[in-house]
Design a protein around this ligand. Structure first.
Ligand SMILES: *Cc1c(COP(=O)(O)O)cnc(C)c1O
Length: 403
């Protein structure tokens, strides 16, 4: 039997991507200042980044990173050998103290290299083959991958449908239950039904795991995230804080009950078999956390911009999805139109990402608009005018007819 050649397989799949218009192109950020970027040589106003609080270029973060870097960059080993530095320990203490109201007494934290790795760690460490990982259909790919790679029974409920989740938990009666959800959904911007999911996890003596990637710093008192905003107190849940979005750094921290955190530290392969993050980055993340907690004006400013953008869109009949977070998607449908609209926005000086399958369900390509506290009113108005010009008439008429 002739063996399939890897070269011909790759070529066939490359052709298939071209035909389906799903080829992704990496482009270069050559300079940036606040919401302004030079992207492949073109100055643009950025409505695509996850730097919701404008911290990625904050002088305090830069200073913290540089000062701590003077004594070394790399951590030199994994946490369990000799890579766990005082900077990591301090970041873990800060995070645990910050999120203790949500989780309860004996809250602890664990630093990871990235949110993707932390999600792999949680599922692999806490669940065994016969257990159930209940997940929202629209969860981030890293959570879905976590269950698949760990070969855990993955059960997905319809988006944000806690009633369906309850039914599915009952239907899969055996084994430990982990209910895992994005707090704010990354491509839709809406919020998970956390009180209901928390009650469900408790009723089954399981654990609620909330991926706070797009909520941390943005929602809740002191920016504690979606679980805090939903009023969860002493909930005994596990939270994922990613450092690369509103906190403007890179990496992630799991925060949860001490026994859960300890178990993950002892058993998660994605924690044990990897080098600890550079200590200067942990120090920068502490600086970011301090600003995110204290400077409430950044969240207030985001809310103002959000109101301005949504009001403006409603008046113009631009069909935004019903989101009340800085992620404001405009559903377009087919890939071609989404790409064309993104391109035309770019010609008007605006950077807005076209998101296509498999990042979103097929037929639901969209423009993923993100707002940041760095944006000015004028910039948001410029985006509204451009969208007004470009939004396909069909979508708009459908929207106005139902409004
Ligand atoms: C970005 C993101 C992650 C991954 O975090 P990284 O630190 O970028 O690896 C996980 N979950 C959600 C919901 C995300 O948006």
């Amino acid at each position: 039997m002739a063996r399939e050649s890897i070269a011909s397989r790759l070529a066939a799949q490359a052709r298939a991507r071209e035909n389906a218009q799903t080829v992704r192109v990496r482009r270069e950020v050559q300079a940036r200042s606040g919401a302004r970027v030079v992207f492949d040589g073109r100055p643009l106003l950025n409505f695509s980044s996850n730097d919701y609080l404008g911290l990625a270029q904050h002088p305090d973060l830069i200073r913290a990173l540089c000062e701590r870097s003077r004594v070394g960059v790399g951590s030199s080993a994994s946490h369990m050998i000799c890579g766990h530095h005082a900077a990591h320990a301090a970041l873990e203490r800060d995070m645990a103290e910050w999120l203790a109201p949500v989780i309860g007494r004996d809250t602890r934290a664990l630093v990871f290299g990235s949110g993707y790795m932390a999600n792999l760690a949680v599922v692999q460490s806490l669940l065994q083959t016969d257990d159930v990982c209940l997940q929202d259909k629209l969860n981030h790919a890293s959570l879905i991958d976590a269950a698949r790679l760990a070969r855990i029974g993955l059960v997905r409920y319809p988006h944000a449908d806690a009633t369906a989740a309850r039914r599915q938990a009952q239907a899969h009666g055996d084994g430990v239950l982990l209910v895992a959800t994005d707090g704010v959904f990354s491509m839709d911007g809406d919020i998970a039904p956390l009180p209901e999911l928390s009650a469900l996890a408790r009723a089954h003596e399981g654990l609620l795991y909330v991926d706070e990637a797009h909520a941390i710093g943005v929602l809740g008192p002191e920016g504690r995230g979606s679980a805090a905003a939903a009023g969860l107190i002493d909930a005994g849940c596990l939270l994922l804080v990613t450092l690369g979005k509103a906190l403007g750094c890179y990496g992630a921290v799991l925060v949860g009950p001490g026994d859960v955190i300890e178990h993950i530290a002892q058993t998660a392969r994605a924690y044990i078999y990897t080098t600890a993050m550079p200590p200067p980055l942990a120090t920068a993340a502490r600086a970011a956390l301090k600003i995110a907690r204290e400077e409430t004006w950044r969240r207030r400013r985001l809310r103002e911009l959000l109101g301005r953008f949504r009001d403006g869109a409603r008046m113009r009949g631009i069909p935004l999805l019903p989101s009340h977070t800085p992620i404001q998607p405009l559903l377009v449908g087919d890939n071609e139109t989404a790409l064309l609209m993104a391109q035309q926005l770019e010609e008007r000086g605006l950077l807005v990402a076209a998101i296509r399958p498999p990042s979103v369900p097929s037929g639901q390509a969209r423009l993923r608009i993100t707002l940041s506290s760095m944006h000015t009113d004028t910039q948001v108005d410029a985006l509204l005018s451009a969208l007004d010009e470009l939004t396909p008439r069909v979508a708009r008429e459908a929207r106005l007819a139902t409004a």
